[in-house]
Design a protein around this ligand. Sequence first.
Ligand SMILES: *Cc1c(COP(=O)(O)O)cnc(C)c1O
Length: 411
Amino acid sequence: MPPVSIQPPPTPLPDERGWFGPYGGQFVPETLMPALAELEQAYRHALADPDFWAELDDLFTHYVGRPTPITYARRLSQHLGGAQIYLKREDLAHSGAHKINNALGQALLVRRMGKRRIVAETGAGQHGVATATAAALLGIECVVYMGTVDMARQRPNVFRMQLLGTEVRGVDSGSKTLKDAINEAIRDWVTNVETTHYLLGSALGPHPYPMMVRDFQRVIGVEARRQMLEQTGRLPDTIVACVGGGSNAIGIFHPFLEDKEVRLIGVEAGGRGIASGEHAARFADPQRARLGVLHGTRSFVMQDEDGQIALTHSISAGLDYASVGPEHAYLRDIGRTEYTYCTDEQALAGFKALCEFEGIIPALESAHAVGYVLTLAPTLPEDHIILINLSGRGDKDLDTVLKATRSASLP
Ligand SMILES: *Cc1c(COP(=O)(O)O)cnc(C)c1O
């Protein structure tokens, strides 16, 4: 198999100020501008350096277990009686999800910048675990901020991070959840910027993060494109991925952007339904999600009438965020990508289907993509190929699923 370079080709977007059309940019206090400038310069050097990508590729191969396979979901496809369904198996990446791709990329960059400390925030703990993993591997000190409410909800992930040598700092302010943890992590970064890198976990935040995280996650789509050509002799007709901040989706979409015949569909968290307001489907609810700024970037943001950030809900913590990566907003505007949503209930149906028909326990985030495909596949002909990005595995979600199915009085 000829080697395929993971070094990203030059891309027109974002522009040099970090804009994807009207989205993105750098909305941060003055004190952070030098740190962002330093990071961007370090990243631009790395971007042009084949040695950087060769080292990352080596870690992907010998540590993460890449390329992750593509699995034909034979029984699920037959059961639904329409399109043929394939799965890109990011659930098989080391530490159980795609997040490790970005964590390792940024950790290598930390070493290049001569820094020795990483700070990160985590909600459900998945990004914290990926960051702690990368930090342990490369021998970098790591502090993860986490709301105390989230710490109580996610004990196993707190323990995982601690086992990996990371210090987990509880955040007791505000709602004691992700957004308060982000504030603390940024405060730490500003204070210790000489020695410290802020390792952001999705295609979000101020420039250069959305570009950088996308470039590290592109490996998913680069592999998938080659694998589908090898396994099926052609490109998929439709690619479906769940969208929280948008990193697994942009990672698989990006290498297919020029293949105009391939439909790219992002699935947001529909929670308890759009009308309930309890969801994180930013593109599906123009009443609640409007152009705004959250955590340094301009994009669609769920907000109330006064412009305060709205509370969101999803059964999957990884999709439960009020904003969405700026590149998705742009790609949607130009009509290259489409977005839909999947409710908690549909995601649970997707979860169950993948368990029972394929012997794969998916992350609840990924189950949103599967849940949508349960309704999409039967409407399509048998020669139509759908590729689902299975972003992670579901071990972390067993408690949630058990509680949800009990309360719905399923067996
Ligand atoms: C965090 C997470 C997501 C959501 O994040 P994106 O940046 O949108 O990919 C999706 N799936 C899994 C398994 C996750 O852990």
